[in-house]
Design a protein around this ligand. Structure first.
Ligand code: SF4
Length: 572
């Protein structure tokens, strides 16, 4: 039987994430395209991390008739559970495989390989000899033409894009079962869901660094198509969803989006979409959003407020609307055709804080803004860094909360205005960038975390991912989850509730809650506020404890005893 392997080298684009724990729509649509032509096709799905960890997976690749590699990072990210495939890695892997036909698709094929912030993408010519075909158009569209043509690679138009959003409807539904092959399936896998692509601002050229305007004005997926895809994923065991693949969720089905740079949001469409998702996935565990345009929110406060309320009604808490601010320097805004002024961003922050800052059932605020800043843009000077810092300080002083502040350097992508500028400005302002980042970390981010989650706050369902020294790192599942360091070695791939005890610049320290004092490690007990090393050693020597009274009497003095008791439980 014809064997096909989809190798997921992960994608990270301004409007789509596919680095674990996320799975992007790319492999799902491609699997759907294959199954719609070959109902019983034998498709293997592998991630680049599976191959990095276990070279035996190369056997799966070598026994395939066709390998489809998905790759491409066009925004720089920080990752905990996986890292996008590099061009060298892909060449090395492909060169070991002489039998199968090899195809590359994804953002790397369109725009080249992003390596890291501040560096130009590596041209696709670098990897072209390793592949039989590079799909510069849409993977599922070109592949379905390949299947129709009975694998006539020679005459295929590899730059073909989908006709419209409805073209992917059946592929999205059919391909949903590929998620079962992901190593994070089912408990720790988030499916990125597309609602549209293209940006209303493409009519005026879009932002100088962004590839999205090359897709034209928005092409919305019908509400029913999205809901049917969610249902298919849910029926296949998926419980975590992010409605994240679009430039601005507030602009979904917005009126006149092909004519207006800031189209009027459509609250009714959002209500139908989110209520329909909830109905078709009643016991979902995560429903989050991603990008939002602060310029649109500021222009349409009443529609935006209604949309925020709708999102909060159906989502799960800890949700983040990521605002692409990039810069508040008026000179940089105008030279790069950015989407919002500082006043507009502030108005959008205020609106979201008013509606979304209340804590939800998992201990996190319902819906907060996150801000993305991009450096290295045209017109940037030392003054830009001062203005951006003053703006952040103003947000802090007004007591508004931000879930995250993302500070990065631009990746100059082919086809954008920034490509011609390259990394000239980045190199010139490197020291300003580093100083700014440090100052924001040290004087704003940490303090903001303290305001958002005061000591003693409880957070639920922290998934443990990694050990480092005597610490366990975990996060809640969702959009931009907060990194949590837990003193002690806890079982990985488990869920814990925790209580906050301390703060890093972009993370918190917390202990499991409640702590089973008869079983916890010394590191965990020692970390409970008011215990410390000596008391922890004494507690270890005197356990097991029958009850809290016996535990209290075993402590050397009664200082902070009531505070300490709030962290612990006694199980026999
Ligand atoms: S608003 Fe700017 S950054 Fe956002 S998708 Fe459109 S062009 Fe890209």
């Amino acid at each position: 039987m014809f064997k096909i392997t989809i190798l997921d080298g992960y994608v990270d684009e301004p409007t789509c994430l596919g680095v674990p724990p996320y799975i992007s729509p790319y492999p799902r649509y491609i699997a759907g395209a294959i199954w719609s032509f070959f109902k019983s096709a034998n498709i293997s799905y592998l991630t680049i991390d599976q191959i990095r960890k276990d070279k035996n997976f190369i056997q799966v690749l070598s026994k395939s008739d066709l390998i489809i590699v998905i790759a491409g990072m066009s925004v720089p990210g920080r990752y905990l559970s996986g890292f996008p495939a590099s061009p060298n890695e892909i060449i090395y892997l492909m060169n070991q495989l002489s039998g199968p036909k090899k195809i590359l698709t994804g953002p790397a094929a369109k725009f080249g390989f992003g390596i890291s912030g501040g560096r130009k993408t590596r041209d696709i010519d670098f990897v072209k000899d390793a592949f039989d075909l590079i799909i510069k158009g849409d993977g599922e569209t070109v592949l379905s033409n390949i299947f129709k043509s009975e694998f006539d690679f020679e005459n295929i138009d590899a730059s073909k894009s989908r006709k419209n959003a409805s073209f992917i409807r059946d592929f999205a539904v059919l391909g949903s079962k590929i998620v079962k092959a992901h190593p994070n399936y089912p408990d720790y896998l988030i499916t990125e869901i597309e609602t549209y692509r293209g940006c209303p601002r493409s009519i005026i050229g879009g932002c100088s660094f962004c590839s999205e305007p090359t897709k034209g004005p928005p092409d919305f997926r019908p509400i029913k198509d999205i809901i049917d895809e969610v249902k298919a994923l849910y029926d296949n065991g998926i419980r975590h969803f992010r409605i994240g693949s679009q430039p601005c969720i507030f602009s979904y089905m917005a009126k006149d989006s092909e004519k207006n740079e800031y189209p009027q949001p459509n609250p009714d469409a959002l209500e139908k979409l989110f209520s329909g998702i909830r109905k078709s996935a009643p016991n979902l565990k995560t429903l989050h959003i991603d990008n939002a345009n602060p310029g649109t929110i500021a222009r349409y406060p009443s529609e935006s407020k209604q949309i925020c309320k709708t999102i909060i009604k159906y989502h799960t808490p800890g949700d983040v609307a990521a605002f692409g601010v990039e810069s508040v320097d008026p000179g940089v805004i105008s030279k790069n055709n950015l989407k919002a002024s500082s006043e507009e961003v502030m108005a959008a922050i205020k609106l979201l804080n008013n509606v979304g800052s209340k804590k939800g059932f998992n201990g996190m605020p319902e819906l907060l803004p996150g801000l993305n800043f991009v450096f290295g843009l045209i017109g940037e000077t030392k003054k830009t860094y001062n203005l951006d810092y003053e703006f952040l300080k103003d947000i802090f002083d007004r007591n508004f909360l931000l879930r995250r502040i993302n500070i990065r350097q631009v990746i100059p992508i082919p086809g954008t205005k920034m490509y011609d500028i390259g990394n000239k400005i980045i190199s010139k302002n490197k020291q300003h960038f580093l100083r700014f980042k440090k100052k924001v970390r040290e004087t704003i981010e940490r303090q903001m975390l303290e305001k958002m989650l005061p000591q003693g706050s409880v957070l639920n369902n922290i998934y443990t991912e990694k050990h480092q020294g005597k610490l366990t790192f975990g996060r809640q599942i969702g959009s931009y989850p907060l990194l949590i360091g837990i003193p002690g070695i806890l079982n990985l791939d488990n869920f814990f509730d925790v209580k906050v005890i301390d703060y890093g610049f972009r993370s918190i320290t917390a202990v499991p809650y409640p702590i089973d004092i008869n079983k916890a490690s010394r590191e965990t007990i020692e970390a409970i506020p008011g215990i410390g090393k000596k008391r922890a050693i004494r507690i270890l020597a005197k356990r097991p404890f029958r009850d809290k009274n016996q535990f209290s009497s075993a402590l050397d003095d009664s200082a902070n005893i009531n505070d300490i008791l709030k962290y612990i439980s006694i199980k026999n």
